[in-house]
Design a protein around this ligand. Structure first.
Ligand SMILES: *Cc1c(COP(=O)(O)O)cnc(C)c1O
Length: 394
């Protein structure tokens, strides 16, 4: 793209109905938001547990700011690694049930740091076709060969792993696919990783805090017996777990957990950990408060389960099907880009905010409304959405 080409390239996006525009949010994130000066009922955030504006998390951040200031002032390997970071890493590791955790500033940076720290151009990364963009970029940055497998096709993956002559192999997958809401079979993927002497990198951005730990398969995978160590009690050394803290946890950042050796290696080799300023310590205090709420208030996950069931029952008879998902990501499959935009605009005119997701984020012909449910929604909110959809269908 040359400087004099931008104007016509943007006009092309307009013509294809693919031009993205930002909306301005006033006030806090939540299920009722003020956007571009108007109030909406929103089904469009990843604040699945309704924690982004929780008073206990806000006050934890405020207290930490009052005691420790705002800026971390330096990278972790200089003087930016605060006791609050150090302590919340231990809490996160314990929460997931693996030995050791490392904080990153965002999930995007975590993946860009970890994968290139383990593989170079002699390696091969295997990725599900529907993986998040950050995982694809991480593989490209590593300069390893990138092989993308058909969505959830483990037989295909098994074959290609067997044929690979790469020195180091890594399988990367979302646990909950971010635009479809379906789940990857983590224990089965870990078994394949072990069979082919590969790493398994699991991106749990949309599962952390939301799925019961058993449901995501991560806990089961971590406890799988494995050949690499005599002790059945040590977690699987090929498993690398990453989750973000800006979605269900309602804060910001991300963390990676694995063996102590892995975390030590990342401290020494993950460039997005080393060459960036540490997150403000007040965010670590906020995460710590959030973890207590996630563990202590299971009603938030139960509410989500109820809302998911009610939505599924309520869309029966509408012209657009829900995609197969048991997560709070419930995409309504519309098809054409313009139809999806028109439906989103119709909802918007009725005071309901749901994003239309179009290519290149999803494949051509699969534009959709990505309905995100939150524990902060109540039944009346969901019924208002269903009534608006029925009106727009007729
Ligand atoms: C949101 C998301 C990320 C990026 O996390 P950030 O902390 O927002 O950078 C990574 N992977 C998946 C699957 C995501 O949905």
């Amino acid at each position: 793209m040359k400087p004099d080409q931008l104007r016509s390239a943007l006009a092309d996006l307009d013509h294809q109905g693919l031009r993205r525009r930002r909306r301005v949010l006033d006030g806090p994130q939540g299920v009722r938001v003020r956007v571009d000066g108007r109030d909406y009922l929103s089904f469009s955030s990843n604040d699945y547990l309704g924690l982004a504006n929780h008073p206990e998390i806000v006050s934890a951040a405020q207290l930490a700011a009052a005691r420790f200031g705002v800026g971390a002032g330096a990278a972790h390997l200089l003087t930016g690694h605060h006791r609050l970071h150090h302590e919340v890493e231990a809490e996160l590791a314990a929460f997931v049930g693996l030995p050791s955790a490392l904080l990153f500033s965002t999930g995007y940076m975590a993946s860009l740091g970890v994968i290139p720290a383990l593989l170079d151009r002699h390696g091969e990364v295997f990725e599900d076709r529907l993986n998040h963009a950050s995982l694809v970029d991480a593989a490209l940055l590593s300069r390893a060969k990138l092989t993308r497998y058909p969505h959830l096709d483990l037989a295909w993956l098994d074959r290609r792993l067997g044929e690979s002559e790469a020195q180091v192999k890594l399988i990367a997958t979302d646990t909950v696919f971010s635009m479809d809401g379906d789940l990857a079979p983590i224990p089965e993927l870990l078994a394949l990783a072990e069979k082919h002497d590969a790493w398994l990198y699991v991106d749990d951005a949309h599962g952390f805090g939301v799925l019961e730990r058993e449901a995501s398969g991560v806990r089961r995978a971590a406890e799988m017996p494995h050949a690499l160590s005599a002790s059945r009690l040590t977690p699987h050394p090929a498993l690398i777990y990453m989750a973000t803290l800006g979605k269900a946890a309602g804060v910001a950042g991300a963390f990676v957990v694995g063996t102590e050796e892995l975390v030590e290696w990342l401290v020494n080799r993950a460039r997005t950990y080393i060459y960036t300023t540490a997150q403000p310590p007040l965010l670590a205090a906020a995460v710590s408060a959030s973890l207590k709420l996630i563990a202590g208030e299971p009603w938030r996950r139960q509410r989500l389960t109820e809302l998911i069931a009610r939505l599924k029952a309520g869309v029966v008879g509408l012209p657009w099907p829900l995609m197969a998902s048991d997560s709070p990501i419930q995409p309504l499959l519309v098809g054409g880009n313009e139809d999806a935009v028109r439906l989103a605009e119709g909802l918007r005119a009725r005071g309901i905010l749901i994003p239309a997701i179009r290519p290149p984020t999803v494949p051509q012909g699969q534009a959709r409304l990505r309905i995100s449910l939150s524990a902060a929604h109540d039944v009346a909110d969901l019924d208002a959405l269903l009534a608006a959809l029925r009106e727009l269908a007729s």
